[in-house]
Design a binder for this molecule. Structure first.
Ligand SMILES: Nc1nc2c(ncn2[C@@H]2O[C@H](COP(=O)(O)OP(=O)(O)O)[C@@H](O)[C@H]2O)c(=O)[nH]1
Ligand SMILES: [Mg+2]
Length: 175
């Protein structure tokens, strides 16, 4: 199971998403802190909304296997810059919540997430649980474990730790 870190503005639906993923009823809880022991690391929206705190998100991200930007389908503006994946050394995914909102603009939010560098984008309705199954299936696939030498070999090719080796490339023998 991949450890997932959630970041996004307040009200984006991060805490509800953790409840939906755990099969709990949705109940409002103000997120006051980040607990990195859990397999689902939730974060207060204020971190994403404040220039002074946002660096904390990068630090928390190192505790996880995969980072998600959570944006509601009806968000009026985007807090996350283009190519944000370049300073996060983990796979970055996008999660669009509130797909049921009458004000949903999914193509616009999808564009923001793809500009940020999200390699996969999931559409979720936390109320009806639509899309939860696909996200859980993705989280259940473990990331490959690398030896230090394998990681160095990947670096020498400019590859991230998690993307597949290109066709015809194999690890040298013995590493
Ligand atoms: N309609 C709808 N409401 C949602 C959805 N996800 C969350 N909400 C509601 O949006 C509000 C904020 O959700 P919350 O999970 O606390 O957001 P957070 O601040 O990102 O943790 C709550 O009233 C939730 O019930 C969704 O998929 N659809
Ligand atoms: Mg919350």
């Amino acid at each position: 199971m991949k450890k997932l870190f959630l970041m996004g503005r307040s009200e984006a639906g991060k805490t509800s998403l953790t409840q939906a993923l755990k099969g709990e009823e949705l109940h409002y809880v103000k997120t006051q802190y980040t607990n990195t022991q859990d397999d689902l690391i939730d974060s207060p929206g204020e971190y994403a909304e404040s220039k002074n705190f946002s660096v904390g998100l990068a630090c928390f991200s190192f505790e996880a296997d995969v980072i998600a930007i959570v944006q509601a389908a009806d968000e009026p503006f985007n807090l996350f810059g283009a190519s944000l994946h370049s300073f996060i050394l983990r796979p970055l995914i996008g999660i669009i919540t509130k797909t049921d909102s009458p004000y949903a603009n999914i193509p616009m939010v999808r564009q923001w997430l793809s500009d940020a560098g999200c390699e996969r984008i999931f559409l979720i309705n936390n109320v009806t649980r639509e899309g939860i199954h696909e996200l859980l299936a993705y989280l259940q696939e473990d990331l490959p474990k690398l030896t230090m030498e394998q990681a160095k070999f990947r670096q020498s090719l400019g590859l991230s730790e998690w993307e597949p080796l290109p066709d015809g490339i194999r690890y040298p023998d013995g590493i």
